[in-house]
Design a protein around this ligand. Structure first.
Ligand SMILES: [Zn+2]
Length: 471
């Protein structure tokens, strides 16, 4: 028993010694932990940054003896975002006996995709079946590092989709798409040459003239169905209707009222306006004619705005030709020069209205003598040659004097009303570029109406009014 007790005593001693050692160890560790700093990275250990961008340092969090000491951390290493590469940053802190260090790897590289910019719409409406005819409006491709890489773009088509693809030197790829949508929702356009309201004199002829165009089908004139007819041998109001449908089923209709009238017993007045169009006068003259329901004839040149010529035509007036330049020296230098100049104004009118005008007036009239200065006998030749070529030329038998001495509305008015005669067709010479003519017009029309005259625009049926030729 004694032996056993001795043994127990010995063990107890070891036990106490062991416990004391463990206790010292724990205390020691505690002291070490307490007197050493901790260091932890904010953010990721490995970071990738786009070249030429800014690297944002997220820092580290350091504590020592439960206090934040992040501001004492020393950072070693630098990141140059303008040069591709791998950069290492070292963060360290020393407190008491202990030092801590953590690292971060920063990769600077081009991770930005190029940008493809398409010219024009990304959704393009094309005519049905015409996707293959679409002409690309172009594109550009720009990369943050490589610059303009438009020439590296590959273009492929998948059905009605155009795919643009480009890859920069770093292998960043981008694609863009353009969709061609086949659809035609636009109705064709019917243009009634001579306007919606047309007046013709009894026992003359009426030639129906119109065009029909479609943005997808082009010229549809042959497909226009015209209903109704005009009997110019019988006074009355006739209605013509026009209908056309394009290949996508869009329909357009138009309507024209044609009045066949007896010339007033008192005679017809053909108001004619030369040398225009001109903004400020021609537009007001058109307003007055519209208000009064009167059709007139405009002998135009190549001057003035296109819109006014379109308006003259669309409002049912006759757009006639007066030469492009109206320059005596040019137009009367030779027969060829005259026809060249005339063709130029013809083409302008045709381009703006689709109307193939063959009604003309010579600058200065066929009786002018000024042409002698440039070419002897040219008027004798021209007056015959224009007729040979299918033109109808008109001089005048009433002059307003507005190109001469008359410089006010009263003078224009008096010249016109004193020149009118009930026993003939009155072709009145005026100039729509003159403000006093513009200002006299309403009174002239009202005079004509109250004195039993009929107003009409010159047509191919109007008998030519000619002067005697003096050169
Ligand atoms: Zn003139």
């Amino acid at each position: 028993m004694k032996k056993v007790g001795k043994f127990v005593k010995k063990n107890k001693l070891w036990f106490i010694l062991g416990c004391s050692f463990l206790l010292l160890l724990v205390i020691g560790l505690g002291v070490i932990i307490y007197f050493s700093p901790t260091l932890k990275l904010n953010g990721k250990r490995t970071v990738t940054v786009n070249i030429h961008s800014t690297y944002k340092e997220e820092g580290v969090k350091a504590t020592y003896q439960d206090k934040d000491v992040s501001k004492d951390v020393v950072i070693k290493g630098k990141v140059n975002t303008d040069v591709e590469g791998t950069y290492e940053l070292k963060y360290s802190i020393k407190k008491g006996l202990f030092e801590r260090e953590v690292k971060r790897t920063v990769n600077v590289k081009d991770i930005e995709k190029p940008v493809i910019t398409l010219n024009g719409e990304k959704e393009v409406k094309v005519c049905p079946g015409k996707a293959s005819e679409y002409k690309d409006q172009g594109y550009t491709a720009v990369d943050n590092v490589d610059g303009d890489i438009t020439d590296k773009v590959t273009v492929t088509t998948e059905g009605n989709k155009i795919i643009y693809e480009v890859t920069d030197e770093e292998g960043n790829k981008v694609t863009e798409e353009r969709n061609l949508v086949e659809s035609d929702t636009d109705s064709p356009t019917i243009t009634l040459n001579g306007g919606e309201n047309y007046t013709v004199l009894l026992n003359t002829s009426f030639t129906d003239s119109y065009t029909a165009k479609d943005s997808c089908d082009g010229d549809l004139k042959s497909k226009v169905k015209v209903t109704g007819s005009v009997d110019t041998k019988k006074v009355g109001t006739y209605t013509l209707t026009y209908e056309v449908t394009d290949s996508s089923g869009n329909t357009a209709t138009a309507k024209r009222t044609v009045k066949v009238v007896e010339p007033a017993k008192g005679g017809v007045i053909y108001l004619t306006f030369d040398d225009g169009p001109k903004q400020g006068t021609t537009n007001v003259i058109l307003d007055i004619l519209k208000e009064e329901g009167v059709k007139a004839t405009f002998f135009v040149t190549n001057s003035g705005p296109d819109d006014l010529i379109k308006r003259e035509f669309n409002e049912g007036h006759t757009v006639a030709l007066h030469t492009a330049s109206h320059d005596y020296k040019t137009v009367y230098s030779s027969v060829d020069a005259y026809f060249k100049d005339l063709q130029s104004v013809h083409d302008r009118v045709y381009r703006l209205t689709g109307y193939d005008s063959k009604i003309i007036r010579f600058p200065g009239g066929s009786s002018n003598t000024i042409s002698r200065n440039y070419s002897k006998g040219i008027m004798t030749t021209l007056t015959k040659e224009v007729v040979n070529r299918g033109y109808h030329y008109f001089d005048w038998n009433v002059s307003s004097g507005d190109a001469g001495d008359v410089k006010n509305a009263d003078g224009v008015y008096n010249n016109v009303i004193n020149g009118l005669s009930k026993s003939r067709a009155n072709v009145v010479l005026m100039h729509d570029i003159k403000p006093y003519t513009r200002d006299a017009l309403k009174r002239i029309i009202q005079y004509g109406k109250t004195h039993g005259y009929t107003f009409a625009a010159i047509t191919y049926d109007t008998p030519m009014v000619k002067h005697g030729v003096n050169n």
